[in-house]
Design a protein. Sequence first.
Lengths: 534, 327
Amino acid sequence: MRTFYGDGRRRLFLLACACAGVAAIVGWAASSDNSARAASGGTLVVDNSFVLPTLDPEGTAGPTQQLVVKAMYDTLLNRTANGKLVPSLATSYTESPDAKLFTFKLRKDVKFADGTPLTSADVLFSFRRLINLKNDESALVSGVTVSAPDAYTVVLHSASSNSALPQILTTASLAILNSKLVEANGGTDAKDASKTDQAARYFNTHSAGSGPYVLGTYTTNSQVTLQANPTYWGPKPQFATVVVRNMEASTQLLNVQRGANEVAIDLSSRQASSLQKNSKLQVHLSPALSTFFLALNMNPKVSAVTSNPHIQQAIRLALNYPAELRIGGPGAVRAGGLLPPGVLGNLPPSAAGAYNLARARAEVAASGIQHPSTTLSYPSGLSVNGVQFSTLAQQDKQDLGAAGISVNLVGVPTTPFLTKYLAGQLAMSQVYWYTSYLDPNSMYTFLPGQPFSERVKWGKGSDPSLEKLAVKAHTTASDTTRAKLWRQIQMQLNKSGPYVQQFQPAQAIVGSSNLTNVVLSPISTLDVAAVGSK
Amino acid sequence: VALVFLLLGITLVSFILTQMVPGNPALASLGLDATPEAIQAFDARYGLDQPLPVQYLRYLQHLIHGDLGYSQQTLNPVAHDLGVFIPATVELAVTSMIIAGVVGVVLGVFAALKRDGALDYVLRIVSLGGVSVPVFWLALIAIYVLYFKFGILPSGGRIDVSATPPPHLTGLYTVDAIAAGDWSLLPDILGHLILPALVLAAFNVSVLTRYTRSTVLEIIEQDYVRAARAQGLPERTIVVRYVLRAALPALVTLIALMFASVMTGAVLVENIFNWPGLGQYAYLAATSLDLPAIMGVTLFIALLYVTINFIVDVLYGVLDPRIRVSA
């Protein structure tokens, strides 16, 4: 009898046809993928987990934006992987003894990608636009005015001594734009630029710089393709194309092992360490520029517990730092102070306090608070350099509990967390700080009355001697003196105050072994234009 | 008129809910170090410094003119963003539903016809696994096996990094490549499409298999099917003409709702496979409290469900003559 399925031979034939069809499609696709890969010798692929809504160089600068913008735009100065300043668009500069006046001499052979020569007018436009956009990055040049005595000289005048300015000038936000091109596409450097500038959208489809690459394509939050700039004035980049892809860390781990000319920059140090023995890869672990710390609210109305100096001291002593370093993973280092390694005036790990549970309990007893209890808030779902805030917060709770401080953990999605944290409404927060430029002045914001200290309600006048010291450090010109003063400030913060720094995690960069110059670049993570192939 | 009121209600509810979230859009966009001046400038630029009723009425005023506003994150018009992201998700969702529909229905019919046989047991276990396995886990395993271990398929993206996408016509790369006559791109595009589509289809295949099985089992017990068998009609004719046709209205409803669900719920798969679709856009909008983008996505989803329900209603008439006659 014939059934719905037909006889046996026919069934077998149909099954074979189906299998062959599927195999043909997959094989067709696979062969195409392999041939495409083989043909992509000139393409460097950088896998990165990012949020990248805009490519406006003067917009909000996340790490990926720094990486991409630095490849398309030049800055007056640049820095090496160890943070040393080197010339870029400026061949030289002079600094007045009081560190208020900076004069830059520009290169005369630089042209933007569209062929327009770069002059001081472009520098003026770029800096004035940044100042007048009044965005997050504008604060970098707060109190700075800019002028141009001639076509190849730029003068920056700072209202107060500002020895950090040369370092600040290396960041992507201070990129030099093609003023004519940007103005023609809605950009302005007028006073009301924060309301009238319309160029941001233009930057999502075009670049307007003089850097080694130009923008190819950009898909919001997904992929950026850079093409080599044929008119670049500096050393030609080795890769004709650079693709920066948004990939989850788990996928990056697989891609970098399988691909060629691939770099993964979001693996945790633990994941990266697991690849050390893979001969097809190179693994680099360097201290990251971020510092994890606990922020304690100083306002007794917000928390009588965290504002108590004895409890603050108890928290410093109660944290099991070796255990927290294990959470940080291989390469993480105990933070000697808030400034990360590589920044002038940073402290060695030995400068930080040690774990001492007995003394922590004694401090709790001396606080006069019976059974102290508080809330520790943290951004749930967020991880930095592979360190989960939730894991770290659980360790904090366990450590403080052992010292007699009861902790209620509250994980909050990042945006609501930021709102409450910035308003100074949280008793204790597990947070991190990422320095946006390599200068100790970047930590001035932590001192009483400065923007960051508002988050822990540490107002002006809370610690007059410390504040006086900070003002002196912030406005001193000599690097030797500044380094000494900032160390002194950090030592004082290690003893008292609202910050309990924990560790600096490691930044892992893993690349195919045939690549050269796969090294951590401060702030922008990877200098893609410098990466070559053996 | 009902549709207008429905959409109006959706805008109002979305607006109120977004305002209730304890977050500040300016801080979410500008970052941790935002200065009060920067926040003020941001609020002024997007009209967030106005009272809530004014903000809502302004939004409606623009909406009437087809203007969904500007995304605070991408700085593009929301309508433009939707035009970029929706086609990517449509391509993924359609492929996924074709796979799910064909495989799920065929396996469901086979399972029902072979009730309590070995094949039925295997399919029941597999489909139970399919509905139980988390999609992100399945995605990672699929990438590990098919990309990392065997190198058969790529791990993510819509096209190889060294290839240039086809000229934009519909935003569906497969269609655009065919329209441009660029057949050499097609295998690359399909290769990138297969894996996320399969992962996305896995859950729906399982649901459809189980649902089809139970529906078919119910139908084959009906008198008219028995009568057809008694008349000696071939088994294939009975299944195709009588059983499947009777099952189609219910299956079409389920598949349509599944399609809407895939269109709006592919965020995990899109993230893992770096698929620049609506899910990624909605996630970015939600986590940064990008109100115009959230409203735009919400309106699109509402319209999608309304449209799909309308199409299903029309299809009922086509598939079931009784409905056509009674109407």
